[in-house]
Design a protein around this ligand. Structure first.
Ligand SMILES: NC(=O)c1ccc[n+]([C@@H]2O[C@H](COP(=O)([O-])OP(=O)(O)OC[C@H]3O[C@@H](n4cnc5c(N)ncnc54)[C@H](OP(=O)(O)O)[C@@H]3O)[C@@H](O)[C@H]2O)c1
Length: 301
C-alpha cells in the first residue's frame, strides 16, 4: 500500500511516500481504507526524536493516530460494523497510509466531511478529559492557553456548552475566531496576567494549558499562588511547578459519536486549517511544527 514512512529521526524530509505492507484486522479490530488522517503535533515530536523516551520508534515507521475512512475488513469478535461502513476514530497502526487498523471507531454522519471527521478524535478526547480533570462547571471561569489550536478549539466549545466563561489566549489574528467560538480572547506573551485580570477581575477558577509555551508561572499567579486546578497537556516543566500533566486517556466509541453530533446537539467541529495530499506530509509537518495552526491539518491519502 501507499504510505508515508520514515526510517530515522530527523526533520520533515525524513517522511517519504513509499510502499509498505498492508495491515490486516486482528481480533477486535477493523481495517479502514483511509480517506483522511489528522496531523497532530505529537507526530512531529515523534518524528524528530523528542519523544523517544516515551514512544520509542521501531523503524521503518508510519505516523498518524486518527483517521476517517471506509471499513474494508472486520476482525474476529467485532459486532455492529461491516465492510462499507463510513467511520472515524483512533488508529492503532499509522494513519498516514492507504489502510489502517482501529478498535475504537464511530460512524461518520453523512453531513460531516472526511477531513472534518478525521480532525475530531484526538482534540475531542483530550479536551473532554482535561475539562473533566479540572471539573469546571456552570458559572466558573476557565483560562485556556492555546485556544485557537485543535485541542483549544474543542475545549472552548465543550467548556462553553457547560456554561463556563472561557478566556482563551491566541495571537491577535485569531481573536475574532475565538469570539465566534464563544471565548473572550486575550493575547499571550508579556503582560498576560494584567490582561487576564482586566477581563476576569474575580480571578480564574481553573487553567487548561493546551499550548505548553511557558505560561505556568503566570497561571499559578492568576490562581492566587496555587497550582491547584491547573492542568497542562504540553508543558514539560509541569512537575517543577507542581502542576498536573495529563496524557493519554480512555478511548471511547460513544464519546466519539457524541463529538460528531450536530453542534446544536452538543457536538463539536474542529476546523480543518488545511488539507494536504498524502505525498505532502513533510509540508504538513513543517506547518504543524511552526506552531500556529488554527484547528487541524489533515492528510488525504
Ligand atoms: N497530553 C496529551 O494528551 C495531548 C493531546 C493532544 C495534544 N497534546 C499537545 O498539546 C499541544 C496542542 O495540541 P494541538 O493539536 O491543539 O496543537 P496545534 O493545533 O498545533 O496548536 C497550535 C496553536 O497554538 C497556538 N499558540 C502558539 N503559540 C502560543 C502561545 N505562546 N500561547 C498560546 N497559544 C499559542 C497557536 O495560536 P496562534 O496562531 O494564535 O499563535 C495555534 O492556534 C501540542 O503540544 C500537542 O503535542 C497533548
Amino acid at each position: 500500500m501507499e504510505a508515508i514512512v520514515f526510517e530515522e529521526y530527523g526533520g520533515p524530509e525524513v517522511l517519504r511516500l513509499t510502499t509498505a505492507d498492508e495491515p490486516h484486522a486482528g481480533p477486535g479490530q477493523v481495517r479502514l481504507r483511509v480517506r483522511a488522517a489528522g496531523v497532530n503535533p505529537l507526530d512531529h515530536k515523534i518524528r524528530g526524536g523528542a519523544m523517544r523516551e516515551v514512544f520509542p520508534t521501531e523503524f521503518p515507521a508510519i505516523l498518524g493516530s486518527e483517521a476517517s475512512g471506509v471499513v474494508d475488513e472486520v476482525g474476529e469478535g467485532v459486532t455492529g460494523l461491516a465492510a462499507g461502513d463510513e467511520v472515524f476514530g483512533f488508529m492503532e497502526t499509522g494513519a498516514y497510509a492507504a489502510y489502517a487498523l482501529a478498535s475504537v471507531v464511530a460512524r461518520k454522519p453523512g453531513e460531516l466531511g472526511w477531513d472534518e471527521a478525521a480532525a475530531l478524535p484526538v482534540a475531542g478526547e483530550t479536551a473532554d478529559r482535561v475539562l473533566n480533570q479540572l471539573a469546571v462547571k456552570n458559572g466558573e471561569t476557565l483560562l485556556l492557553h492555546g485556544a485557537a489550536g485543535a485541542v483549544g478549539s474543542a475545549a472552548v466549545q465543550l467548556a462553553v456548552a457547560r456554561g463556563v466563561t472561557v478566556i482563551g489566549t491566541a495571537s491577535p489574528g485569531n481573536h475574532d475566531y475565538l469570539r465566534a467560538l464563544g471565548a473572550i480572547p486575550v493575547a499571550y506573551g508579556d503582560g498576560l496576567t494584567d490582561r487576564v485580570r482586566a477581563v476576569a477581575p474575580k480571578g480564574v477558577d481553573a487553567v487548561f494549558d493546551a499550548a505548553g509555551k511557558g505560561a505556568l508561572p503566570a497561571s499559578i499567579e492568576l490562581r492566587g499562588g496555587t497550582p491547584d486546578r491547573i492542568v497542562t497537556i504540553a508543558d514539560p516543566t509541569a512537575a517543577e511547578y507542581g502542576v498536573a500533566f495529563s496524557r493519554g486517556g480512555d478511548r471511547d466509541a460513544s464519546a466519539l459519536a457524541g463529538y460528531a453530533r450536530p453542534v446544536a446537539e452538543g457536538g463539536l467541529r474542529v476546523p480543518v486549517a488545511r488539507s494536504f495530499p498524502l505525498a505532502d506530509a513533510a509540508a504538513a509537518h513543517a506547518e504543524s511544527e511552526a506552531g500556529h495552526v488554527r484547528g487541524k491539518l489533515v492528510l488525504l491519502p
